[in-house]
Design a protein around this ligand. Structure first.
Ligand SMILES: [Zn+2]
Ligand SMILES: [Zn+2]
Length: 196
């Protein structure tokens, strides 16, 4: 709000204050003139009706009635001045009201767009990875190399497809940790696996 106040410009403030005050005064004065004028008209009208019914020949003239015609434009000018005087405040209010909404919209759009872009990008990268995997023959992760002939075998295979050597993981009898097929000693505890 402080930034918005600075933006509105201090130089315009006295003019705006005058416009607001003059506007309010004109509205009040205009309303007063309209009320007096119309009031005068009705007062004279009623007084004349009573006078006529009571046989009087003198008529009450609504002297203040022209005030209604003067009051109209004064009232209108007052409205215009008040509108100009308060317009800055209204504009600032609207700016303050709209700004968070606009930033929310941007945030909302950002929030809703970014995951979409991200998922799109990840979909492409996944597609490329899968394509690379498919190109290599089969899934990387489920492959195990034969320790003897280095042929690729499905994980879980007991024997090499190419040379028939045992490629099952060797579970250490001492610490129960899994070891690469063909290992002579346990990676974790150094237990001799050859007697297994
Ligand atoms: Zn092999
Ligand atoms: Zn071990």
């Amino acid at each position: 709000m402080d930034d918005l106040k600075k933006l509105s410009g201090a130089a315009h403030q006295p003019a705006k204050k005058f416009m607001r005050r003059a506007g309010v005064i004109c509205i009040a004065l205009g309303l007063l003139c309209i009320i007096l004028g119309i009031g005068s008209f009705f007062f004279s009208f009623i007084a004349n009706m009573i006078g006529i019914s009571s046989g009087e020949t003198t008529f009450s003239i609504p002297y203040l009635f022209p005030l209604a015609f003067i009051g109209g434009p004064i009232f209108f000018i007052g409205i215009v001045m008040a509108v100009f005087g308060y317009m800055g405040a209204v504009a600032r209010y609207q700016a303050a009201e709209i700004a968070p909404v606009a930033s929310d919209t941007v945030n909302y759009m950002g929030k809703s767009t970014k995951p979409g872009v991200r998922s799109f990008a990840s979909a492409i990268s996944e597609g490329l990875t899968e394509g690379a995997m498919a190109g290599s023959g089969s899934d990387f992760q489920d492959m195990i190399n034969c320790p003897v002939c280095e042929a690729r075998n499905q994980t879980g295979s007991k024997f090499c497809d190419q040379c028939g050597v045992s490629i099952a993981e060797i579970i250490c009898s001492n610490c129960s940790s899994p070891n690469q097929p063909g290992s002579k000693f346990c990676d974790q505890c150094g237990n001799n696996l050859s007697d297994h």
